[in-house]
Write a protein that binds this ligand. Structure first.
Ligand code: FAD
Length: 119
């Protein structure tokens, strides 16, 4: 098995990739229901993330800086900001959130580009 620090880092990389990809596909103009869904998702994520210390820090971060869900840009920008706070705490380099652009591509093509899917 991997040593603990390696496993924790692997989980972190996979999770950030997933979270940023979710934000990149969030609707540009979300409905109230879609906004609520994302807020609930982050809240539950903060309860369920398997690294307990990480989850605790993330819950504290969300208390200070509540997730932004008014648009895709707002959600992706908030998550980039939040990830940078974690980077800072772990003494990792800051990511330039202006360059996030198409960095997170789900590989699902045009399907559901409005974030709602096509069935
Ligand atoms: P990661 O931080 O995993 O980032 C992966 C890639 O994402 C980077 O290579 C870069 O291309 C890109 N990226 C970097 N910053 C951003 C950004 N701001 N926005 C968009 N993309 C970006 N580990 C701990 O040891 N202690 C903790 O308390 C802890 N808390 C965590 C909390 C959460 C919610 C998550 C998801 C992970 C946490 N981790 C924690 C894991 C940690 O954040 C890293 O994932 C892990 O250390 C691996 O780091 P990495 O250098 O490979 O890059």
């Amino acid at each position: 098995a991997m040593d603990a620090p390696t496993a924790k880092a692997e989980l972190g990389r996979a999770t950030w990739k997933f979270l940023h990809t979710v934000a990149a596909r969030f609707p540009e103009k979300p409905t109230p229901d879609e906004r609520k869904t994302l807020e609930t998702f982050f809240h539950l994520f903060g309860r369920l993330y398997p690294c307990g210390e990480c989850a605790k820090h993330f819950r504290e971060l969300m208390k200070q800086y509540p997730p932004q869900t008014s648009s895709r840009n707002a959600a992706a920008g908030w998550l980039c900001f939040a990830h940078n706070l974690v980077n800072q705490r772990l003494k990792k380099p800051e990511f330039d959130c202006n360059k996030i652009g198409d960095f997170y591509d789900c590989g699902c093509g045009e399907e559901g580009k409005d974030g709602k899917g096509k069935g």
